[in-house]
Write a protein that binds this ligand. Structure first.
Ligand code: UGA
Length: 441
């Protein structure tokens, strides 16, 4: 099938590449010419495991194309995917200007009956609005059917998720169009759930909000565990054994970040508010997350009350491992507060340092290795659980006068840390405190 995908961010590019991998003829459109020229050569604008390889092989097999030209891309196309961003407005609502612009571009450039598939995360009612915008602006007498097909892939495992998803949701009011989309997706072998458009739009927000709720819930439990001397990891395992709860998304840490949960939780609060519903539970989830992002600072200040002039190493900057995405990463808030307290911040991340440089305070310094970052540091904060960080040689800390690690991602086994000579604080687990007389307090 000939398919066009508008937008080459995480969702659009992974969608386009995956659809070409299962045999479709896909043209990806982006307004950024420099980015398109790079992608034509197989260079991925984002770090995503497995993406570059699939891009290159499908370009070579002439199934994957890139352009800035809507007219060229929509020529003879039966199906157009909308996968542009829906960033956050100042009041937390979703900004739909890019989606609406694509609707106008479609209306001005389609010459045959077309199915429009919305992958972008959009508030309930948006797909009906897209349908109206297209119909109002159509320059040719053709039939366009808009379908909601929300995306559930995770950054860092997006390619794997495309081929191993739990479900594909198709929200449509036209069976023929829904059949076509189901047919397109058949080679993925992922179960399809068909519903109406508004429910499909809500499934996306409700899923992300529920996952965010699980994370804020376990983070609150972790804070209580710390006060009572329990271990949140043991608690999460014990809870997760109940199949009604499930063992995923119960990892306590420094809160959720990224381009989805922070934005979509706030947008759902707005969506509810627009129909005069006060979504109190979700407001709590957002507030807990805001506080949780800063808990490492409280732990650090308890151990080193004055941070002025102290050298603090930060290991891991991206919002999660296996991505270079810095959006809503806890490292942004934490490094800003540390600099404000007068600390010297030396950061290391295996992949996201280039992106970080344009986002973090300019006073943040960058090290080329874990070893360089932690050298002569007064404390090390762990913010992202990259494999490289989880497998640090703890002996590197031995030469320090007083080694102190504050781990926001519970990277190390507590029992192992007990024999390491390192003072170790993590999240929701008992601290490993050294008896070294050089301790700060
Ligand atoms: C999330 C959803 O998981 C995807 O299903 C969805 O498609 C995507 O948003 C989206 O809407 O586009 P993503 O943001 O890429 O995916 O990453 P996640 O793996 O969900 O992690 C989000 C954040 O939650 C990370 O900061 C991660 O560290 C944190 N997290 C996750 C926890 O703190 N604890 C957990 O147990 C799980």
């Amino acid at each position: 099938m000939k398919i066009a995908v508008v937008g080459t961010g995480y969702v659009g590019l992974v969608t386009g590449v995956s659809l070409s991998e299962i045999g479709h003829n896909v043209t990806c459109i982006d307004i950024d010419l420099a980015k398109v020229n790079k992608m034509k050569k197989g260079v991925s604008p984002i770090y995503e495991p497995g993406l570059s390889e699939l891009m290159l092989s499908n370009i070579e097999q002439k199934r994957l194309f890139f352009t800035t030209d809507h007219k060229e891309a929509f020529k003879d196309t039966e199906v157009i995917y909308i996968a542009v961003g829906t960033p956050e407005n100042a009041n937390g609502s979703a900004n739909l200007k890019y989606v609406e612009q694509v609707a106008i571009d479609i209306a001005s450039n389609v010459y045959r009956d077309t199915v429009v598939v919305t992958k972008s995360t959009v508030p309930v009612g948006t797909n009906h609005n897209i349908q109206r915008i297209i119909e109002k602006n159509l320059i040719n007498k053709v039939k366009v059917d808009v379908i909601s097909n929300p995306e559930f892939l995770k950054e860092g495992s997006a390619i794997y998720d495309s081929f191993n998803g739990d479900r594909i949701v198709i929200g449509s009011e036209n069976d023929e169009a829904a059949d076509k989309l189901e047919e397109i997706n058949k080679p993925f072998g992922v179960p399809v759930y068909r519903t109406d458009i508004k429910s499909a739009e809500m499934i996306k927000y409700a899923s992300n909000a529920f996952l965010a709720t699980k994370i804020s819930f376990i983070n609150e439990i972790s804070n209580i565990c710390e006060l009572l001397g329990a271990n949140v990891e043991e608690v999460a395992i014990g809870m997760g054994l109940d199949q009604r709860i499930g063992n995923q998304f119960l990892k306590a840490g420094i809160g959720y970040g990224g381009s989805c949960f922070p934005k979509d939780t706030k947008a759902l609060i707005q969506i509810a508010g627009n129909v005069d519903y006060d979504f109190q539970l979700l407001k709590g989830v957002v507030n807990v997350n805001r506080k949780q992002q800063k808990i490492l600072l409280n732990k650090l200040e308890e151990r080193i009350p004055s941070l002025k002039g102290k050298k603090i190493a930060i290991l891991g900057l991206a919002f999660k491992p296996n991505t270079d995405d810095m959006r809503e990463a806890a490292s942004i808030v934490i490094s800003k507060e540390l600099i404000k307290s007068g600390a010297r911040v030396i950061a290391y991340d295996p992949i996201s340092m280039e992106n970080a440089k344009s986002i973090l305070d300019e006073k943040v310094e960058y090290a080329s290795s874990i070893e360089d970052a932690i050298a002569e540091s007064d404390a090390t904060l762990i913010l992202t659980e990259w494999d490289e960080i989880k497998h640090i040689d703890l002996d590197l800390f031995k030469s320090m006068e007083y080694p102190l690690i504050i781990d926001g991602r519970n990277c190390f086994d507590i029992n192992k840390m007990k024999n390491s000579g390192i003072e170790y604080h993590s999240v929701g687990r008992p601290s490993v405190v050294s008896t070294n007389e050089k301790a700060y307090v």
